[in-house]
Design a protein around this ligand. Structure first.
Ligand code: PGA
Length: 246
């Protein structure tokens, strides 16, 4: 695992270097590339930096397909905080992926188990994820794989941890009761199958989770500790996020 600690302004550019290189490798090998998309505050600067790479001609967005890590269950289709809409605002305005080239787990089918399976099949049919962008939860979660999630988990319906709903209330006007209680999320095995992982995090609120993930035991108590097992993982942190690392 590569761990880079740099000021936040540089972090997005280093992470964009890693993502761009992985996408270029995939395009060189297969003529197209699959980007794994995280939502949340952590990757925002990275997505802007990636947009600069696209405008500079380093990556051809028309050759990209994108898969979301997760999606809330219980919001109406088109809700501004549904991750499909968040991705439009936070990623697609910078990296112009066509709408049909971006998929997330579908929370509106009425059959979550079937939707989860269909999502796994769609990722497999695309040839798997070339590079997965990740944030980390304050409790060490990856996507909505909360502590205790098995390392061999695949896409499935999950309940959100109270800490996660509190952390995400800021996107729902500060009202925890407005945050959905459930989600469809890629499993830890789904995430680990990506050929490359790029995790970005900043701020002291993530320091404890990062110390557990990067230097603690590989254990489901900290889902992000699975990064230690991945053959190609890059972690880009600002000094505050890295402050509890040995
Ligand atoms: P954040 O969320 O990037 O908004 O901090 C990360 C996460 O919960 O995985």
């Amino acid at each position: 695992m590569r761990v880079l600690v740099v000021p936040e302004e540089q972090a997005a550019h280093l992470a964009a270097d890693a993502v761009t290189a992985a996408l270029q490798r995939a395009v060189a090998e297969r003529g197209r590339a699959v980007l794994g998309i995280a939502t949340g505050g952590s990757p925002l600067r990275l997505y802007r930096a990636l947009g600069e790479r696209v405008r500079a001609g380093e990556v051809d967005a028309s050759l990209l397909q994108g898969f979301l890590l997760d999606e809330y269950v219980g919001l109406p289709a088109g809700h501004a905080e549904s991750y499909r809409e968040v991705v439009r605002r936070d990623l697609q305005v910078h990296v112009p992926l066509a709408d049909h080239a971006v998929l997330g787990p579908d929370p509106h089918t009425g059959d979550h188990a079937a939707a989860a399976l269909a999502y796994e099949e769609a990722i497999a049919a695309a040839g798997g994820v070339d590079v997965q962008v990740l944030g980390i939860g304050g409790n060490g979660h990856l996507a909505f794989n909360e502590p205790g999630s098995p390392f061999d988990s695949r896409t499935r319906l999950v309940e959100l941890a109270p800490r996660t709903r509190e952390d995400n209330a800021r996107y729902f006007g500060g009202d925890v009761s407005a945050v959905p209680v459930a989600a469809l999320t890629q499993g830890l095995a789904t995430i680990a199958a990506a050929r490359e992982l790029v995790l970005v995090a900043s701020g002291a609120a993530k320091a404890q989770a990062l110390a557990a993930a990067l230097e603690g035991p590989v254990d489901v108590a900290c889902p992000a500790s699975l990064l230690q097992l991945h053959p190609r993982a890059t972690v880009v942190l600002d000094p505050a996020a890295a402050s509890l690392l040995a």
